[in-house]
Write a protein that binds this ligand. Structure first.
Ligand code: IMP
Length: 181
């Protein structure tokens, strides 16, 4: 990464958060979370697919015993059923009476998260908190407090570190502003 841009398949993107910035922030969040969850054996839930890198780095930055699980939802934006969200991968663990932490890549309108929260709450966890690497302006519509946030950003579309545009760019090591060349 040079000159505040990334060269990826000959497309240059402006860097919003570099690999180094993300690594430092994730370590801070990890210590904060570890401090809050000492002796609680929480279950960290990765929201596929965008959450993979944040989840894998964050879970390694939490020096306490934790368990891992995975969920995936699909939303039908831009179709007749716009706004509908379907669960395509549910949790494998029994989370009733457990402390659960959702690990999400980004909260935009908050619709996906709202759906996931109500699904998880229906399973009666002891507690439920959310860690989101990025929180977009307007995400408050989720109506649930997001306890751990990497950064708040504006309404811009971002890619990398798990975030995609049309299925691509998830494997960029930092977070970049998406722009058509
Ligand atoms: P929400 O339901 O509007 O909060 O959208 C959440 C999902 O939309 C995220 O989990 C992402 O998969 C996707 N998303 C929202 N904003 C962006 C973005 O800027 N870049 C890539 N994906 C995004």
């Amino acid at each position: 990464m040079k000159n505040n841009t990334s060269n990826f398949h000959n497309i240059r993107f402006k860097t919003l958060f570099s690999e180094e910035m993300i690594s430092a922030r994730v370590k801070e969040l990890g210590l904060q979370i570890a401090n809050d969850y000492v002796e609680r054996n929480p279950i960290f839930v990765c929201i596929l697919r965008g959450g993979i890198y944040f989840f894998s780095d964050l879970t390694k930055a939490v020096p306490i015993p934790i368990e891992l699980d995975f969920m995936q939802a699909k939303s039908y934006v831009g179709t007749e059923s716009s706004g509908n969200i379907e669960l395509i991968k549910d949790l494998d663990s029994d989370i009733s009476g457990r402390d659960v932490l959702i690990v999400e890549d980004i909260v935009d309108t908050g619709r996906t998260l709202k759906f996931l929260i109500s699904h998880i709450l229906s399973k009666k966890p002891k507690s439920l908190e959310v860690a989101a690497l990025l929180f977009k302006e307007g995400g408050e519509a989720v109506g649930y407090p997001i306890k751990y946030i990497g950064w708040k950003i504006g309404k811009e579309f971002v890619i990398g570190y798990g975030l995609d545009y049309d299925g691509k760019f998830r494997n960029l090591p930092g977070v970049f502003l998406y722009s058509e060349e």
